[in-house]
Design a protein around this ligand. Sequence first.
Ligand SMILES: [Zn+2]
Length: 345
Amino acid sequence: MGVRRWILSGIILIVIPVSVFAGEYRDIGEFLSKVELELQWNPFLKIGVFRIGYSVVSFKVDEPWVLVNYREKMKIDPIIEKEGTLQWTRKTEEAIYGALVGSNKSGPRVAAIFIDPGHGGKDPGTVGRHQIGKETLELKEKDINLKTSLLLADLLKRRYPEKKVILSRSDDRYLTLEERTEMANSISVDPEDAVIYVSIHVNASLNPKARGFEVWYLPPQYRRKLIDSDRVGAENREIVPILNMMLEEEYTIESILLAKHILDSMEESVGSLSENRGLKEEIWFVVRKAKMPSVLVEIGFITHEEEAKLLNQPEYLQKIAQAIYNGIVRFIGTIDQPTRRVKAP
Ligand SMILES: [Zn+2]
């Protein structure tokens, strides 16, 4: 699958063990094989991220510092690249491992879920008109989006009383795209915690045969400003672009995972009634300004007669909401897991 390929090419796990020669630098791979520590490595940017649970330490080759959890700067002997492998000193190994284990916290990581029913008010979204016998079935996307989102929010609130479940709108009102992303970005959570953004839409096509559901996620190419220089302090200002790149990579991976979980549960739930059109990657205005893992779900085609009939049924929307809910729950399960046990090195 496309997504899988992207993850593998974007992140190369360093697993080649090399014998340690005399001298203080040694292969990082050897350490990784002994502990439960993940390394995401971007060979083009020369940037890497170590991770245990959800503690992260980010580094750039040849730089004398690392960043702990994207904010705290720590001095180290630089990590170097030699003969295609990454190497570090014992001191650096201890410092990084200590920081990862020491800062590993438990507790919720996804603190809020933002649900955005597309369109509303004067903006109906796409409209489907079908002549069924003597009756005309007319459906507006904004209504289907809202109904599905309300059902989804309800399920999530019941499951996660401790998390914030916030809707961009809970009635038929008009909101600009900027207002929606501003709302999402202004949700207050602890700096370590994440907000996920789920936008709900209905598709349309000039081709009346087009049908099915699809899930969009943010592409890795899009450059967003995720961290302002104010937040990291004056002495760290020069690293802000690097920091942004690393955090963006993480958000993209999380967006892909969230999208995949939602798509898979939709396949399980309505795959036999509708059609799985797969994961889509594009710069999508609705989600691209959100500083968080974000996906957009197109639940079906209003222009397809059979699908329009389904989208008109409350039971079908309940199924869709349940499927999106299941996907979110699975995603949160992989993110919010308690601190993993770490083998001693
Ligand atoms: Zn739409």
